[in-house]
Unconditional design. Structure first.
Length: 81
């Protein structure tokens, strides 16, 4: 598996004390959830992050791999038959 970008939605707002656990990743907070974005290099990295989330007692709402720019359909292209 090559490096890929992921989006992880976590229920609630992360405290400032928990933010260092996601070093190297972008974190945004909304009133009801926190979203963490970042690149993971392989399946071991995915499992490690999931284990970290569990050990911190965080409730994961969604964990998804983001499409690569080349994987997205061209909105200007005509629809496929």
């Amino acid at each position: 598996m090559a490096e890929a970008n992921y989006e992880i939605r976590i229920k609630g707002r992360l405290s400032d004390a928990l933010l260092p656990a996601f070093e190297g990743m972008a974190v945004t907070t909304e009133p009801a959830e926190t979203t963490v974005y970042g690149a993971l290099t392989d399946q071991a990295s995915v499992r490690e992050l999931l284990a970290k989330l569990e050990s911190l007692g965080l409730e994961v709402v969604e964990f998804r791999r983001l499409p690569e720019p080349g994987d997205l359909p061209d909105p200007a292209a005509p629809p496929s038959p």
